[in-house]
Write a protein that binds this ligand. Sequence first.
Ligand SMILES: [Zn+2]
Length: 148
Amino acid sequence: MSEKIALGNWGEELVAKKARCPKCKNAKTLKKLTQNFKCADLICDFCGFVAQVKTSSTNDINTLPNSILGAAWGPQKERMDAGIYTSLFVVLRSKSDKNYSIFFLPSELQVPEMFVAREPLSGNAKRAGWQGFLIDTTLVADRFVRLI
Ligand SMILES: [Zn+2]
């Protein structure tokens, strides 16, 4: 398992364990969805709320990074064109110790401009042509809520 996937799994499990469902406020009802479930990482098994989790390794868990690596741009663009946004947990893990923080941005406070397409991977890359996106947090920094 790559380091990136391991970090992502750790973040998803942390949110499932520590965070209450933002919709129904229950504890321990957020469950991890399977890896190949595309548009969300967690689902509440009480109310059906779904969310994405992005995890970053950082030097300062008190400050959101200005940009966070998203996923594939194509599906994200299609969802935005359909007016569909998914609530987002951002987990920051300290590089130097075991500390972490969890931030939350509900779907209704997201804007299309915060999702920024990246250049497609070049011809020599293993996944040539694949296009990802970044999440620009600076546009919505004051809309995130810190949970932990
Ligand atoms: Zn719920």
